[in-house]
Design a protein around this ligand. Sequence first.
Ligand SMILES: *[C@@H]1O[C@H](CO)[C@@H](O)[C@H](O)[C@H]1NC(C)=O
Ligand SMILES: *[C@@H]1O[C@H](CO)[C@@H](O)[C@H](O)[C@H]1NC(C)=O
Ligand SMILES: *[C@@H]1O[C@H](CO)[C@@H](O)[C@H](O)[C@H]1NC(C)=O
Length: 516
Amino acid sequence: MFKKFQNHIFWTLTLLVLYLSAISCEITYGITLRDTKEKFSIFTDGSVATDIIEADDGSVSWIATANRGAGGGLSFYAKENKDEINISNYESIDIELDYNPIEGKWNTEAKNPSFCIRILPWDSTGMFGGFEDLEYVDAEEISGTLKYNIKIPSDFSEKIKASSDFDFILGFAIKFNDYQRGNNDGDQLKVKLKNVKFNAKKDAVEDKAFDDGLIESQRGSVIEIYYPTRDYTVEESALTDADRYKKHAWVYLPSGYDANDKTIEYPVFVLLHGRGQNENTWGLSNKGRGGKIKGYMDRGMASGNVEKFILVVVTGVASKNWGPNGAGYDLDGYNVFQNELRNDILPYLRENFNVKEGRDHVALAGLSLGGGQTFTIGIRQCLDLISNFAGFSPGLQMQPDDIIAEVDSNPDFNGLKIHNLYLTCGDKDLSVYGRYPSHVNSMKNWDRIEIFKEYTYPGGTHDFPVWYNGFNDFIQMLFKKNETENQNQSTTKVEYQTFTKIRKTKIITKCRIKNN
Ligand SMILES: *[C@@H]1O[C@H](CO)[C@@H](O)[C@H](O)[C@H]1NC(C)=O
Ligand SMILES: *[C@@H]1O[C@H](CO)[C@@H](O)[C@H](O)[C@H]1NC(C)=O
Ligand SMILES: *[C@@H]1O[C@H](CO)[C@@H](O)[C@H](O)[C@H]1NC(C)=O
């Protein structure tokens, strides 16, 4: 009898243990914030990771493919409901992941795998929609498990604030760091993320609900357009139906934009991506909060530091192999983009939006190869249409002095000034920095340029923190009141560059006073 009862207890307890362990087994892996553990929730926007698998145990695995530093990262929300947390309240992050190079897809000369842990500020929209790098972690073995405690430096929240004005973050990303590790494009790494734990500082307050201080009417909006264009790598006489198509682009309309009020017209700014990328790469979007560059525009325009304009983010590959339809590597398509800009994009914008007439009110900028296009296509071939330019880590396909000579000897461009030219590059950028100082030197002495500004980003690599910072600097230069129309301001040209970020910005200004 007693034995039976013991048996009964034994089985009850066993079942209870099994039941409890079944519950606690449900999430073996995931994200831990304070005392709660949840499954990872993924942001796939902007990610080029493939084979993403969310396993029942809570882990997430994917395949990361090397692609000039842009390959195969994945982003995660810190909270499943996409609320933010205040990064100032945390001191470190524990991370645990398994990693394995895919057999036959790993350059034998490459170093052991390496990862970059990125933090995504509150206005991020995914892998490329805004981030700050927290730490690069190199694995000690070619494959295995990486367990690592990443300290959050005391000034890191200042970095987050400098880039998005608040210390709130939406999540984090883990990028395969193929850059500077000797990987070939196409090298592949399988990553399985198991645990990420945000460790709060001792006595840290609870994370509050987030408020950026802008009211809805101060925010611009983001819409999608599809403009008609064609493949300019194909001769006009040989064009077939497949060579004519509509192309997708993102358009930012500033707060207060009213399509029906034709009396208020805006300048227009066309923004380009780099090689292997497309119109989505800058992270401008009609989802979430619209991306980091939207935050810069909304806040800059609300504070009055930035003049209102319409931004258009396009794919700068003028062939069928553009953006999502192709790998975005089609150099021929990049090199004929002036036709699309001149014949299709600018006319479409003038026809469909309230855009100011004239080259004074047009800007063109791009990152990496798009920064190169800004020179080879924008300045060299479209100076009659555009007067403001920026190159963010520009991958220039020509000698700058050759561009200058060509423009100066083009009679169509006689007397056409460049109102603003902005250049930026990180001094740790292995792709571009070697040629950058001579590029700067050539440009700063060019008498065609009215205002020239340059910023060498300390420690910056060929990556987005440099480009976001450049974008934010450049929009503060753009479309300012014309001092020749307002004589009283003609002597205050230098003052006009008093940006909030001036402390870290090296300015080379040609302070030409027009009325002397
Ligand atoms: C984030 O937390 C820090 C430290 O607790 C605090 O000083 C800061 O004001 C918080 N940020 C916001 C925007 O509430
Ligand atoms: C300023 O106005 C003058 C005369 O209208 C024009 O030639 C010049 O290009 C304008 N500059 C800018 C920056 O708009
Ligand atoms: C220029 O300054 C004068 C004297 O301060 C002032 O009367 C005039 O309104 C100003 N003009 C403009 C266009 O601001």
